[in-house]
Design a protein around this ligand. Structure first.
Ligand SMILES: CC(C)(COP(=O)(O)OP(=O)(O)OC[C@H]1O[C@@H](n2cnc3c(N)ncnc32)[C@H](O)[C@@H]1OP(=O)(O)O)[C@@H](O)C(=O)NCCC(=O)NCCS
Length: 166
């Protein structure tokens, strides 16, 4: 059975493994690159994960099956004044796709935003990533009309989606 749990600071090595697997698997889906993140030192990974877990402004969820992490998603606010949250880093391992794992990860982010009394959750999705686009539409997100170059590949672009949670 797949379980979803909030990442803790002590999960930094697991997070590094899964995040790098995601960047290798689907580079076109993410604003960051495998090369940049693979070059991070262990200390840097530990710090990044601790900050995400302890800032009070962000959280990461891990999907697990039989003790293996098979998916993740993150959400953050830049500061406490930001009324909406950003959904980032969504990835489900190819072998686990098509069974509702991503939908549960999205629901975890939406619940977190609601519990924090935030107004909305937004995200960027690469144009042409039909599976992710369909996931977000089915979870209640709508296209805003905004778009921008994909930071990891300026030849591609990504579109903005948003959902109110107030
Ligand atoms: C996009 C992704 C996260 C979906 O994960 P998943 O666990 O397979 O998705 P789910 O099983 O929860 O699907 C939920 C809904 O999303 C949509 N969906 C998911 N995969 C789809 C696909 N290949 N084609 C069309 N719709 C799809 C469907 O509406 C689905 O609902 P349904 O099963 O009732 O039809 C996964 O394919 C992935 O990790 N892709 C690579 C990374 C990526 O693109 N991340 C997004 C960054 S913005």
């Amino acid at each position: 059975m797949v379980t979803i749990r909030v990442m803790e600071a002590s999960d930094w090595e697991t997070y590094r493994t899964v995040r790098l697997a995601a960047l290798l698997d689907t580079p076109e889906a993410f604003g960051a690159t495998y090369a940049d993140e693979a070059a991070r030192s262990a200390d840097a990974w530990e710090t990044v994960v601790r900050d995400r877990c302890e800032s009070g402004l962000s959280a990461t969820w891990l999907a697990e099956l039989d003790g293996e992490v098979i998916g993740l998603v993150g959400s953050f606010r830049v500061d406490a004044e930001q009324t909406g949250a950003e959904l980032v880093s969504m990835w489900v391992a190819p072998s686990a796709r098509g069974h509702g794992v991503a939908r549960r990860l999205v629901d975890a982010v939406l619940g977190w935003a609601r519990d924090a009394s935030l107004s909305d959750v937004s995200l960027w999705v690469t144009r042409g990533n039909d599976a992710a686009h369909a996931l977000y539409v089915s979870a209640g997100f709508a296209v805003t009309g905004e778009y921008q170059a994909l930071p990891s590949d300026p030849c591609a672009d990504e579109i903005r989606m948003i959902q109110s949670v107030a």
